[in-house]
Design a protein around this ligand. Sequence first.
Ligand code: G3H
Ligand code: 13P
Ligand code: ZN
Length: 326
Amino acid sequence: MTKAVSYKELGLSNTREMFERAMKNQYAVPAYNFNNLEQLQAIIYGCIESKSPVIVQVSKGARSYANSTLLRYMAMGAAEMAREMGSNIPICLHLDHGDSFELCKSCIDNGFSSVMIDGSHLPYDENVALTKQVVEYAHARDVSVEGELGVLAGIEDEVSSAVSHYTHPEQVEDFVKKTGVDSLAISIGTSHGAYKFKVKPGESVPPLRFDILEECEKRIPGFPIVLHGSSSVLPKYVDMINQYGGKMESAVGVPEEQLRKAARSAVCKINIDTDGRMVVTAIVRKVFTENPSEFDPRKYLGPARDELKKMIMDKNRNVLGSADRY
Ligand code: G3H
Ligand code: 13P
Ligand code: ZN
């Protein structure tokens, strides 16, 4: 087994100062998921160029896909590369949707600077107990912790059951106090993946529940809130995927305008995975359709990476407001 390492030795940052600055200046820090080299390059290059703080996050599945030892050195390499390029942006390596104390501990021991413990599906008291256990281990190592209250709607849920999964604002203060978490993910109508809302052609998607967000903010003023499931499922890439042989007809996401509004509130972290996956898929499909004889991965992953970098810069500048902050 590889020797335990602190994120500080890897040149990474926890989320504390990132969120303080985001809260004070009314923007949100982007949290982009990755599991391979090209995605990481696109995220880091895009955030260096747009001078944005960044959280690179890895799910449990992505961690087993990429290998935890390799990941540690990829993150260290990203931080070192940023410094060599003259950038001072803080880079946080975060575990997305950690599902056990053991997984969070293993990530912390392997150089993560932040972890999410997602006990949102558990009974309230069990969520509190599990989150508290992770916070104790993490804080002793200056690692930040994200907890979650409320369950994001599944796309197959009926509207009525989706409603009952929204965060209950009356729980947030007690949860934050009892667990000691550094940030809290809440459920206000977003969901994971590319099919977030069932809408008929011409219909607009239902607005996010800003009333719930405001109620939460009132109860924990100045406390960093996190939004999961925040891809916009950009029509440009849906169309490109469909044009080049894919099949994603009814894909729909959260309108960027709503995310802009959220970013100006106590929402300090916005999670984006699906949009990045779709950019890569769209470009790879385009290259293969236009040049079926291509077999050098650099020739299709390279253009995918470059387009992903552009999308990231656009998000930072025009949606999250995190550009030009460093
Ligand atoms: O919230 C989930 C993320 O989009 C990661 O998804 O578990 O397929 O890596 P994954
Ligand atoms: P999307 O599927 O909307 O990109 O959400 C990603 C996410 O919340 C990762 O935790
Ligand atoms: Zn999520």
